[in-house]
Ligand binder design. Structure first.
Ligand SMILES: [Zn+2]
Length: 88
């Protein structure tokens, strides 16, 4: 047999029905890791950096949908620091 053996887990049967990338994402989600970069997740499916990216993306998508003109840059979803890590 040439090459590596395929991973055998609960996602193996999905091959052919969903993409290779989607199976990778589902494996990372099940391991509690970020579904984009594979680092440890701090939210349900993202690391700090990608959770921030997802917050901004979802906010900007909603602004486009609703036709908003003003952008409140001091709001929590635009802040760089993680909302879960606190200093006090
Ligand atoms: Zn990440």
């Amino acid at each position: 047999m040439k090459g590596r053996k395929p991973i055998q887990d609960e996602f193996t049967h999905l091959a052919g029905t969903v993409s290779r990338q989607r199976i990778w994402q589902l494996r990372k989600y099940a391991e509690g890791k970020c579904v984009i970069c594979g680092a440890g997740a701090t939210t349900a499916q993202h690391c700090d950096a990608h959770a921030q990216q997802a917050r901004v993306l979802s906010r900007e998508t909603a602004r486009n949908r609703l036709g908003c003109k003003r952008r409140n840059l001091n709001s929590r979803s635009y802040k760089i620091e993680s909302s879960r890590v606190r200093d006090d």
